[in-house]
Design a binder for this molecule. Structure first.
Ligand code: GLU
Length: 476
């Protein structure tokens, strides 16, 4: 058995779509599961569609997801001469031919086909040119492309690792252009040669490529090469039921990163878009996935990109991640955020972390840590309490905290603060609401916020005491 070699082969025509990242992930996992190699190949032969910076984005997104590729990046553009030689070889063997048809002629064919509801495609005019005619055209330097002479009979049969036995008629495919008139190879030629030269054994890609597979196979066969195994992944659809698009939210991996999704969470979410883990568990680390991943466990049916599930999963990963590590990520993502200037940000993050679905949430509804908002003094009174008990409670808590001298404020835990407040409740014939509510409101000035004990812990002595004393003055 050959060592498994997979490749991720994006075209540098834009950012890295999450759907493409899923393809990369599956290719990576399959290679690593088999102790094989995962290659990155840049399909950059379509020179008009190149987008600057795309390759850097691919590299950094793969790195961020922890999908390290093996060897050097393969740029197809560096292999142009090799592709050209093979195109010429195919021509000399009669497996490809020079097509001299002008743009106008091709346009006429297209219009005729459209007008007569005929299937689109090249009419193979130049496939039948005589040797003399070809020589004439060449002598006149007539521009040409090289087209593949697609078999006119027979079928492409392949055993798809996901979809099982597949069979499509060769004749349904057009005589594909292998090399353009400017000498640049097309995807079909370059990918076959590069797959072969880098020993690719498994081609893992989206199912939109199924109709092209007969062309891929015919080209391998024409070159006398073993055909790699194909695995076509199910499409990812948005909640609308249509192919994932901008309407379903962000589509590029970079956007998810910027919003504060963790790579471990996105990876875990993406693998479940199509891969069936065959267990109730839904949390998998990359290493576990490498152990368990099988191409045969990929579903054929479309996978729904459920953003709510991603949010939930990301929240779970945030809770599991050490606060220090989260703090570092937040610092890098949002260096200008005001909340980062607070010296107690680590404590704020510690208590807020259980409420975040993505890291950018820390920038929202957290202004009260920086400045206590103006509030209506009546809000300090719990719905089943009254003004007198509220003032009493706030005073008692102030005293209890001041006399709590076993450890310093900084050394107190959230549970210690809870014990202090509970004691105030128990020893003074007050209810939980009489005490916990006004302390919480005094500290946050918000209808919703973390608990009073968490806030006492996060805000620290000075700020907590000042906010509570301000509340007592306000309510009087
Ligand atoms: N460059 C192609 C793409 O952008 C790769 C197709 C394949 O994997 O064969 O999807």
């Amino acid at each position: 058995m050959n060592k498994v070699v997979t490749r991720f082969a994006p075209s540098p025509t834009g950012g890295l779509h999450v759907g493409a990242m899923r393809t990369a992930l599956f290719s990576y996992l399959w290679a690593k599961h088999n102790n094989g190699k995962f290659l990155l190949r840049i399909e950059d032969t379509d020179r008009e569609r190149l987008v600057e910076g795309a390759v850097l984005e691919f590299e950094s997104s793969l790195k961020w997801m922890g999908l390290d590729f093996d060897d050097e990046i393969i740029y197809q553009s560096n292999r142009k001469e090799i592709h050209k030689n093979y195109a010429e070889k195919l021509v000399s063997e009669g497996k490809a031919y020079k097509c001299f048809c002008s743009k106008e002629r091709l346009k006429d064919i297209r219009e005729f086909q459209e007008a007569n509801s005929l299937p689109p495609g090249y009419d193979k005019h130049c496939r039948k040119l005589s040797k003399e005619k070809i020589s004439d055209l060449e002598a006149n330097n007539t521009p040409y492309v090289i087209r593949f002479a697609m078999p006119e009979e027979g079928r492409a049969n392949w055993d798809d690792a996901v979809r099982g036995k597949m069979s499509l008629e060769y004749a349904l495919s057009d005589d594909q252009i292998l090399m353009k008139s400017d000498g640049w190879p097309t995807y079909f030629l370059a990918s076959a040669i590069d797959d072969h030269d880098s020993g690719v054994t498994d081609i893992i890609r989206g199912e939109e490529w199924i109709p092209s597979t007969p062309k891929n196979i015919a080209i391998y066969e024409a070159l006398g090469w073993e055909v790699p195994r194909f695995a076509h992944m199910p499409v990812t659809i948005g909640e609308s039921g249509k192919k994932l698009s901008k309407r379903d939210g962000d589509t590029s991996v970079v956007d998810y990163k910027k919003k504060g999704y963790l790579p471990e969470a996105l990876l875990n979410f993406l693998v479940l878009l199509g891969w069936n883990p065959k267990t109730e568990d839904e949390f998998f680390s990359k290493d576990e996935l490498i152990k368990r991943f099988e191409l045969s466990d990929i579903n054929k049916s479309p996978a729904v990109f459920d953003l709510k599930r991603l949010d939930w999963m990301n929240g779970q990963y945030i809770r599991k991640t050490e606060t220090k590590k989260l703090q570092k990520i937040i610092n890098e993502l949002y260096p200008d955020a005001k909340i980062l200037t607070l010296s107690n940000f680590d404590r704020i993050l510690e208590i807020e972390k259980t409420r975040l679905t993505k890291l950018s949430d820390i920038l929202e509804n957290t202004d009260f840590y920086i400045n206590l908002p103006k509030y209506d003094p009546k809000s300090l009174i719990f719905k089943k309490s009254n003004k007198e008990d509220t003032i009493k409670a706030l005073n008692l808590v102030t005293k209890a905290l001041a006399y709590f001298t076993l450890v310093t404020w900084e050394e107190m835990s959230i549970v210690d603060f809870e014990n202090v407040l509970k004691k105030v409740v128990e020893e003074n014939n007050l209810s939980n609401g009489d005490v916990f509510w006004p302390v919480r409101f005094a500290l946050s000035g918000e209808e919703r916020s973390p608990s009073p004990t968490e806030l006492l812990w996060a805000l620290g002595k000075e700020e907590s005491e000042s906010r509570i004393s301000k509340a007592i003055k306000t309510i009087k």
